[in-house]
Design a binder for this molecule. Structure first.
Ligand code: GRF
Length: 197
């Protein structure tokens, strides 16, 4: 399976995906800003990368059109959002229906959107975690594929909680992509069923 990863920053999930997926290969990394650290990881692992600098496009439409051109040129069959800090248009999502995954650092549907770890701490939950889901037109609302749980400790701050969650992200995201590549994910309404687990 040919995978394209979209990232904006550090790229630790991109790295985990490159290292750990089975039955799939990352064909291209696309970043939306030239300073993304993920670029260094692409170089290290010899993954082709493209910078599609949002600032150089007059509209979201033309920005997304360029991303689509790149994805199509690499014949990408699954798009993995890995810390990609832009909301994709509903046209984009519709074009790649159920072929876009995202990872979010909370147990959805709790704490969608930005600063999920701080939201969890401020709320006072005793457990949090991460969620891999298919992307629909909403923000962090699509069908859930996998989740992992971590404890929230009394002396946590957003950074300590984030790093405990990130450790789990690096396990479940590559696994979710592997399951997709092996045709083992079946979407049934809101639910994703996993074959032969
Ligand atoms: C992760 O916490 C992920 O859950 C969120 O953005 C962060 C990306 O980190 N969507 P990295 O760039 O993969 O290191």
């Amino acid at each position: 399976l040919k995978v394209g990863v979209l990232a904006s920053g550090r790229g630790s999930n991109f790295k985990a995906i490159v290292q750990k997926v089975d039955s799939a290969e990352v064909k291209v990394l696309i970043v939306d800003n030239p300073d993304a650290k993920a670029i260094e990881i692409a170089k290290e692992f010899d993954v082709p990368y493209e910078v599609v600098d949002r600032k150089k496009f007059i509209s979201k439409l033309s920005f997304e059109k360029e991303i689509i051109n790149i994805l199509e040129s690499y014949k990408v069959e699954l798009i993995a959002l890995a810390g990609f800090m832009r909301i994709l248009s509903s046209d984009f999502v519709e074009r790649f229906k159920w072929k876009i995954m995202n990872i979010h650092p909370s147990l959805l549907p709790s704490f969608p959107g930005l600063n999920a770890q701080k939201q969890a701490l401020d709320y006072g939950v005793r457990v949090s975690g991460c969620t891999v889901h298919f992307v629909d037109a909403g923000t962090d609302t699509g069908p859930i594929i996998l989740q992992a749980v971590v404890p929230v400790l009394d002396d946590d701050n957003p950074e300590t909680l984030a790093s405990r969650i990130l450790n789990e992200e690096h396990k479940i995201y590559p696994f979710a992509i592997t399951l997709f590549a092996q045709n083992r994910l079946v979407i049934d309404g809101r639910k994703v069923k996993i074959k032969n687990i």
